[in-house]
Design a protein around this ligand. Structure first.
Ligand SMILES: [Zn+2]
Ligand SMILES: [Zn+2]
Length: 327
């Protein structure tokens, strides 16, 4: 980002507040231009245009808090980009955690040139286009004054040096390589969880630090156990007789088959809680969610004649009960 202000304003020596406002509006224009009323100032004294700005602004409140961003681009280190890897896990592995070997492809520092990008045995020479400055300045005369445009030198890419490119990495200083990484996936991850492996992303350039590796988790759903954050949802069916009299059923959980007591008189759509049979809380493995079991009560559509007879007897009994209670 390069900022401009016009020669006119410098000449008038406006207050620093007004100047700051003006510069802010210039920045909003995202201009790559800046202008100077150079006169007595020699650009060569400054290795980058911000030095020039800062000296001009001294005594005017300075540049503090104006968000000028980075300084010299010459030979600057460039940090490597983050790398992403999509990891598909089965339901149980996501619940309890798992150790996985993954193979990632990313940019690593070139061993031939030690990351410099220059062919070994050659010495870089000063860039003749920019004179080793890494930047070139072009001028344009406009009604507002002389506009100076500072651009990164295209001959040397801003380094100020021209070197014979390394044959292995074609001058980038980095090569694409595959690496196997052993990954410990913690218990409790879910679809969309991201694991960060520091400094295992792409290598930086010119001494910049490496990016991080982000492992993005995708979990294959289980056909019967549904996950709701740290809880597991399950639906069971019991007969109306079992719902009335109570029973014990065997239900699947992440820990395997477990007995569940259906109390006598369980109403349809009751949710029974199987405490701590859910998913461990991520990074708090001693804490676990619950398994929530929704009870569906099945009413038979057809009855045998004997069953019908007994149900009718039951009906008479309950009518009698109602009659006697009315008396
Ligand atoms: Zn150059
Ligand atoms: Zn190389």
């Amino acid at each position: 980002m390069i900022i401009y202000y016009s020669a006119e304003i410098l000449g008038q020596r406006r207050s620093s507040r007004k100047l700051a406002m003006h510069m802010r509006s210039c920045r909003m224009m995202r201009s790559d231009l800046y202008t100077t009323n150079m006169g007595r100032l020699d650009l060569k004294d400054f290795s980058n245009p911000f030095d020039l700005f800062e000296s001009l602004f001294e005594g005017m409140g300075g540049m503090g808090g104006m968000g000028m961003g980075g300084r010299s681009s010459r030979n600057r280190a460039v940090d490597g980009q983050d790398e992403y890897y999509s990891l598909v896990l089965n339901f149980k592995d996501a619940v309890f955690g798992v150790e996985k070997e993954i193979e990632i492809t990313r940019l690593e520092s070139c061993g031939t040139c030690n990351g410099s990008g220059a062919k070994p045995g050659t010495t870089p020479s000063k860039c003749t286009t920019c004179g080793g400055q890494g930047q070139v300045i072009s001028s344009a005369r406009t009604p507002l004054g002389v506009f100076q445009q500072v651009m990164t030198c295209s001959s040397c890419g801003g380094t100020g040096e021209i070197s014979t490119p390394c044959n292995t990495c074609s001058g980038d200083g980095r090569v694409r390589r595959t690496k196997r990484i052993s990954l410990k996936v913690p218990a409790g991850v879910d679809s969309g969880s991201r694991l960060r492996v520091r400094s295992e992303g792409n290598a930086g350039r010119r001494g910049g630090s490496a990016g991080d590796l982000f492992v993005v988790i995708e979990v294959i759903p289980d056909p019967v156990l549904k996950r709701d954050d740290t809880n597991v949802l399950y639906t069971c069916k019991v007969s109306y007789i079992d719902a009335i009299l109570g029973t014990t059923i065997n239900v699947p959980t992440v820990d395997g088959m477990v007995d569940l007591k259906i109390p006598a008189g369980t109403q349809p759509n009751t949710t029974l809680v199987m405490a701590k049979k859910g998913v461990p809380v991520l990074n708090k493995t001693n804490m676990r969610g619950d398994q929530l079991v929704r009870v569906q009560v099945e009413i038979p559509k057809r009855l045998s004649s004997e069953e019908k007879k007994l149900i009718e007897e039951l009906a008479d009994l309950s009518k009698g009960k109602t009659a006697s209670s009315r008396r």
